[in-house]
Design a protein around this ligand. Structure first.
Ligand SMILES: [Mn+2]
Length: 329
């Protein structure tokens, strides 16, 4: 952590990047760090290729994302909640990245690929519940005063990545950090309302459609549902309205894991995978097999094709993985 702090102290213009389709942890961590570094007199920009979903509009500092970034003239790039430039989804990032000499990575996903630059420092710890809890620890170590705004952003990150302190990654350090952050004044009810409730009627109708389609296979142990572009349009909803739906699909008690496929473009499908600790399934293995990645209990991937064929393909892969695991004993 010392070297990370040194790099930050020695930089003036800092760009904070995170993964595409940013979640509460990616946005919360980015904004918290941006707000904190601003008070240290740094010039800071945040950038997300897919923009910032409206649900995050309640977060202080959200304008850091709005100003955009030119990818030039930064003397430090910070990559949060992911470890490679490809996860940012920025087209042509490799060419741009060639100009990034100093790079810091803070992430809590299982370490697979890690980006490197001339001077890169990384802190990757998959035991951490969220990137936000890591940024909290970093700011404390740096001796930065944590304002109410910074606390709101960090608490949002911890709160969303632990599923409102319900997932098995909810550990003592997250609760402790959350308690300290709450002393600064953020309202958890407001975070909860913005992140998990406060849904529109079209969104709920879309959820209803997806939920009515759930199929549970005892063969694969998979509870699966899907949403097409047509469904989203018909409901008058937006793709971001699907955030959180997978957690409901994941409540099917006799499934080993759950899958939600979302058609986000013609023949382009996004998959979300979830499981629970006690179910003994590592969904990141499946996600990696499909070219994606993530955590043991929460992963994702993208694929091409139609929904029906994709489900068949994934089911086959699950059975093959099961076979392999059985053979490995
Ligand atoms: Mn995260």
């Amino acid at each position: 952590m010392k070297k990370i702090i040194e790099q930050i102290k020695n930089s003036r213009n800092i760009l904070i990047l995170s993964h595409k389709n940013p979640d509460g942890d990616a946005v919360g961590s980015s904004l918290a760090l941006a707000l904190a570094l601003k008070t240290l007199g740094k010039e800071v920009s945040c950038f997300s290729v897919s923009g910032i979903p409206e649900v995050f509009n309640f977060l202080p500092g959200v304008d850091f994302f709005r100003k955009g970034a030119d990818f030039m003239n930064y003397d430090l790039v910070v990559l949060l909640d992911c470890a490679t430039f490809s996860r940012t989804g920025i087209e042509d990032i490799q060419r741009v990245a060639a100009s990034f000499d100093r790079l810091i990575i803070v992430d809590h996903h299982p370490k697979t690929e890690v980006e490197e630059s001339a001077e890169s420092e990384y802190w990757i710890d998959e035991k951490k519940s969220s990137t936000a809890v890591m940024i909290y620890e970093l700011l404390i170590e740096m001796g930065v005063n944590i304002s109410k705004d910074v606390a709101t952003c960090l608490l949002t990150g911890i709160f969303t990545d632990t599923g409102g302190f319900q997932h098995s990654n909810t550990d003592e350090s997250s609760m402790r950090a959350a308690a300290e952050l709450m002393k600064k004044g953020p309202r958890i009810e407001k975070i909860s309302r913005n992140m998990f409730s406060g849904k529109s009627v079209p969104a709920i109708k879309l959820w209803g459609k997806a939920l009515s389609r759930i199929e549970n296979s005892s063969n694969t142990g998979m509870a699966v549902s899907y949403v097409t572009m047509e469904d989203i349009e018909e409901a008058g909803a937006k793709e971001e309205d699907l955030s959180g739906l997978i957690s409901v699909i994941n409540t099917v008690s006799d499934a080993k894991f759950s899958l939600l496929l979302t058609e986000y473009d013609k023949n382009k499908i996004k998959g979300s995978l979830r499981s629970e600790d006690y179910k003994g399934m590592d969904v990141s293995r499946l996600a990696r097999g499909l070219g994606g990645g993530g955590h043991k209990l929460a992963s994702g991937f993208e694929m091409e094709g139609d929904i029906g064929r994709s489900i068949a393909k994934i089911s086959n892969m699950v059975l093959r993985l099961k076979d392999k695991t059985n053979k490995e004993g």
